[in-house]
Every structure is written in structure tokens, then in C-alpha cells.
Write a protein that binds this ligand. Sequence first.
Ligand SMILES: CCCCCCCCCCCCC[C@H](O)CC(=O)SCCNC(=O)CCNC(=O)[C@H](O)C(C)(C)COP(=O)(O)OP(=O)(O)OC[C@H]1O[C@@H](n2cnc3c(N)ncnc32)[C@H](O)[C@@H]1OP(=O)(O)O
Length: 720
Amino acid sequence: MANYTKRDEVAVIELNNPPVNALSFEVRSGLQNALKSAIDDQDVKCIVIHGKGKNFSAGADIKEFGAGTKQQKPWITDACRLADESSKPVVAAIAGTALGGGLEVALFCHYRIGTPSCRVGFPEVQIGILPGAGGTQRLPRLIGVNSSIDMITSGRHVMAEEAMKLGILDKIVTEDIIEEGVKFAKSVVGLDLAHRILKNRKIEAVSPKVFDDEISRVKKKYKGYIAPLFCLKAIQASVQLPYDASMEQELQLFQHLVGSNQAKAQQYAFFAERTSARWQLPTGANSQNASPLPVKTAGVIGAGTMGAGIALCLITSGIPTVLVEQDQKFLEKGIKTMEGDLRGSVALKKMTAEQAKKAMLILKPSVNFEDLHDVDLVIEAVYENLALKKEIFAKLDKICQPQTILCTNTSSLDIDMIAEATKRMDKVVGTHFFAPAYIMKLQENVYGKNTSAETVATVMALGRRIRKVPVLVGTCESFAANRMLHPYVTEALYLVEEGASPYEVDQVLEDFGMPMGMFRVSDLSGLDIGYKVRREAAKRQGIDLTLGTRFVNGERVCLLADVLVEKGRLGIKSGKGWYNYGSPGKKEAIPDPEVLDIIEEHCRKFGIKKQKISSQEILERMQLALINEGFRILEEGIVSKPEDIDVIWIYGFGWPKYMGGPMFYANEMKLKNVYRKICDFHQKYPFSIHWTPSKLLARLSETDLPISNWTSLINSNSKL
Ligand SMILES: CCCCCCCCCCCCC[C@H](O)CC(=O)SCCNC(=O)CCNC(=O)[C@H](O)C(C)(C)COP(=O)(O)OP(=O)(O)OC[C@H]1O[C@@H](n2cnc3c(N)ncnc32)[C@H](O)[C@@H]1OP(=O)(O)O
């Protein structure tokens, strides 16, 4: 709703819908009525609109766009038209965020003032839609076409200072926002408002080439996403058509997008990220009843690629960090990597040179473990070796304060075994980052059987603070993210043995929207890593893996990647892997006939008959293999909700948001179809253990209920 009060001759309208003042039906109606009252009241000379609590408004209520609902009138434009037509000045007083429809309300006002920490923006594009209440028409009239294209197609938030420079804000104020709003409104009473009404402003002439160039840029930068292209069409309409006609055009484009599958998937992803932040331990402790410990300082052990990347995340978030490496040479190499990454961020305008310099000032490089004596939290990021990690944790247990939380960046080792090396098992937890750690947003936090709720709360809060998307998972072989990767990678190799080329497989995945095909990713990571891991895992089971191995414990194996390794093809680092890169370190991946010969030879050796495999089969086999594993992970309680899996794939492996994530994708396919296809593959490939259908999937497919019901079904029915 919207509250209406008066301060002398000033009407104060407060948008009131906690926590973010989303513009629900009640708020829109309230705003419309309040504006009417203010305009009709003879004693009122000016009007101030502000938001209750920390935010002005986060825009339209996204839940109202859900399938089957129709936005009830009044719409934002109906409510705000009164501001446009008012002869009394209307001032938007912005604290916190004014986003989407929130900013559109402010653009209907004659003036906008904001606090120094306020943010404005049009993030609609990130949820698959466009600013549909005049944003694409009014912003270009205020700040010009080029800046509008940048803001609207990126969805980025603009801070007060920049908003002031762009002309979105008329003033930055430092005292109480309502008091300032009232003062400002009084100061503009009697001034001519004609030029303050944005719909009346002339729009600059822009050549069609600007839009042609922008279309090419946007197609490349946001590959596969339709909303940014629709945003451009709407902005172009603002240049080409009179205001009323272009508003009509904006609405039509909005309506098209809001009903699209991409918008549905992106809005699901928005809420999935927030659902995933609400965690629960098997003990019942959860994000509502556990509090994080303060992390004022941190430590990182290991200045390799991962350690340096993690340290960079910490210092760029303002957390003073001690980076410990046992060897001065490696330490210096790590610092150089960090400095290089910071230079990259400055070049990309993600931060200023000043901010980069400030970040490095709070880094303390050291070759002395004792320097970790006073830090609040340590993240160990040395290479995957249980004995080494245990040794480090035993050492940390002695050096650090009793309350210090000890995290490991292991991607596969047992958290409990690492914790056993300490006398504070409740304070040991996995914080698994993804390479490159400074860029990839997923932080897979792994609890062990003794990890306390307080420890979990601390690493989940830390994740958000360092701009990651944290997800909580339980302990199992490879944890949730990499465990799902296993059947995906295995199936890709089987497809290649059976007749698809690695290049066809990658093309299908990239056409689907993955940023890189599976084989290109392998080349980037280095094929030798998997080679070593496979051999060590086999050795633990008493198996001697050779290139002649075809089955392990009755399961089909394909060691084609190992054939490449033994021929010196390690991926990008050696200049050749599944692709040819010309020389080591080069990034351009060129399909290599030599690889096709190696595959031919491998198939001849094992008598495998090759056949033509369709793109549809490639996609289905790879996606359904990982989806089946996802259901098993849910079934075993490794994650507590399907949203966790989707968030892992979006932020850890680049699953396109416009496809929602693997669990959402399964939901869209209908679970009965997913289950039937998995059963068919199981029958056809009995030696591939990953095709054994998940029992949870089988049960859920009988109900055919949508994804929003799965968690309560799982929790309410222990038989699932
Ligand atoms: C249906 C048929 C239609 C037919 C045509 C009708 C035409 C009508 C024309 C309509 C035109 C509308 C046009 C408008 O341009 C569209 C929009 O405004 S879309 C919304 C754009 N805004 C956003 O995308 C902002 C989203 N929010 C955020 O980015 C962040 O929440 C924040 C504001 C930066 C705050 O961040 P945090 O402090 O970290 O808090 P959380 O993110 O955890 O959020 C807290 C809580 O609030 C929920 N929430 C946030 N924003 C919204 C929202 N806009 N709508 C609904 N709910 C929202 C969030 O989910 C959290 O909830 P919780 O998880 O705690 O339950």
C-alpha cells in the first residue's frame, strides 16, 4: 500500500510494502489514490514520494508476472500519469534502491533527489523482460540514447554519483531523506514545470546505424538472450515514434517478453538464488535461527591459481587478508597473478585504479604460518592431497585463536577426515570455489558431520559479502557440483566413441547456451588432471587402470582422454588437446583431424561400431545424465532443494539463465517424459551406472507436480 500524510503544505506519499516496496496491486492503487488526494487538496503545494524502510522501490512485484496471473489495473503508468499531469511539483526522494518500476515511478516525477548510497537501474533485462512502464521511453529523454542503451541492456545498478552525472538525480542529499525531500519540494514550488515533464522533452536524433551496431554487440555479449534485443527495439521506438505511439510499442514488446519461456526461466532463477540462500542442516538448524560470526580479517593458504583468486575476492571486498605460501618464489608469482587480474578489472572498468590499489594495501603476503594467529577465518587452497591438508589443519589448529573458522577449498576430499586433524571439528567447513575463483560466482559450502550452524552461517554470509552466490551442500564423493559433472563428461566421451565428433558435441552444447562445450572446457582445465585423479581413484580400489581397460566393476569406461594425454595432448597448456591451439597458451580452438584419427583408432581397437548421432540425442543424453544425478543428490539429502542444483549449474558451470537450470529444465520437459527417457537409456546402456533411474525422480514423475512443490513433497514423504 501507500501511506499518505501532510507536512504543512507538502503531501508525503510513502510506498509501503516490505521488504523492498515492490509495486504490488495494493501499492499501485495506494499510490494512485494518494496522488489524487494530494492533487485535489487545495492546501497541498507540492508532493514527495519516498519508500518506507531501506529502499525506495525494487520495482514491479515479480511474483505477479507468474504463469496464469494478469497484472490487475491500475498499472504503474496509470498511477503515475497523475504525476505527469500535476501542476504541483512531484519529487522522488530516493534512499536505497530505485529499480525497474521503482525508477519508472521516479521518472514520472518532476524532480529526483537521492542519498549518497542510493542506487538506480533497470534490471528488468536480467529477469527476461524490459522496463514496461515508460522506462525505455523516458530515460532516453533524460540522459540520451547511448547511456540509456547501456543501462537498460546491461541492467546494471548506477550509484548516486554517476546518476547525478548522468542527470538522473537532480541533487544528492546527506540528511534524512524525507526531511530533504520536503525541503527540496518546497524550494521548487512555483517554478515552471513544463521542461521537467519527460514525455514533453525532445529526443535526440540518432542514426539507425547506432542501433544496428548495438544489435550486433548485444547479440554477441548476451548470446541467446532475447530481452536485450527487445530493449533495443523499445529504445529505438522512442527515437522513431511520437511519445504515445512508442509507449504503446513498449507495452507490446513487454507483453511479448513477459509471456516468454526465457522470462519464466530467468524469473525462476532470480527466486532460486534467494531460496538457495535459505539453508538448513539435518539437525534442523537453519539460516533463520543461526547467526554468523564476524569476519574482520581472513587468511588464505596457498598462492596458486585458486588461492590467489580467493585472496583477491576477499581484499576487493574490503577484508584484510594474510596470504601464506611456504615458498617466497610461489608467493611472488601469486601476487603477480593478483596484480594482473586487478589490472584487467580496471581495464574493464569494473573498478577504478584507486580501488585496485586500496585492495592490494590490505593484503599481507607472508611465508610464515604464525601470521595467521589473529585472523577470524582461514581458507586453505593447496593442492588436493589429504595428508598435506591434514597436516596444515593440525598446524592451524595450534596457531589460530580457538574461535577461528577453518575452511578448505577441497573439491573432492572428505571434510570430516580433514576436520579430524583438529580439536575444533565444529569450526571446519568446505568452501569450494570454482576456477577462475575471482570470476566464477559459485561458492559451494560443504558441511561435515560436526560442522556447527554458526560456522555454516559464517561462510554463507561471507559468500554474499565477497559477491559470490553461496550454496550449502553435504559431504559426498566430489560434492554436488562436480558429482553432477561426472555423468555429463562420461556421456560426452561415450557419444564420441559411438560416432559423434567432439566438435559436434561442443557445438550442440554451445547452441543450447553453455558458454563452452565440454571438450573445450576439458582443454582449458588440462586433461592431465583427470588422468591423475582417475588413476589415484582406481588405485584406492586396487585397480590398475591402463589404456586397455574397458570395464571397471562392471561399468563401461572410456579412456579416450587418457589416450590424448599419453600422446602429450594436455589441452591449452601444451597447445594441443581435443583441439589444436597452434601453440601452448593460445586460446583459439581449432578442430584437429589428428584427434579424429586417434578416435578412429581407439574405436577399431575395441571393435566399437560408429554411427551418425543426431544433435537431439547428443543434447538429451548429456543433459538427462546430469539431471538423473541431480535427482539422486536430492534423494540423498546432499542438497535440500532443487533450486540449489540450478544455482550450482548457473553460477558454477554457466548453464544459461534463460534455461533456468537443469532441474527447471526437467520440470519444463515434464518429469514423466524425463523419467521415461532415462529408463529407455538405462535399458539401452545397461553398463552405464549413471542411467540407473533415480528413485526420487520415479516418485515425483508419478505426481507430475511443478518444481515449486518438490521440496515440500520430499520433506513430507520420507518414502521419497
Ligand atoms: C502478467 C501479464 C502482464 C500483462 C501486461 C501488463 C502490463 C503491465 C505493465 C507492467 C509494467 C512493469 C514494468 C516494470 O518495468 C517491471 C519491473 O519493475 S520488474 C522488477 C525489476 N526489479 C528488479 O528486478 C529488482 C529485483 N530485486 C533486487 O535486485 C534485489 O532484491 C534488491 C532490490 C537489490 C534488494 O536486494 P537484497 O537486499 O539483497 O534483498 P533480496 O534480493 O534478498 O530481496 C529481499 C526479498 O524481496 C524479494 N524481492 C526483491 N525484489 C522483488 C520484486 N521486484 N518483486 C517481488 N519480490 C522481490 C526477494 O525475493 C526477497 O524475498 P525473500 O526471498 O526474502 O522471500
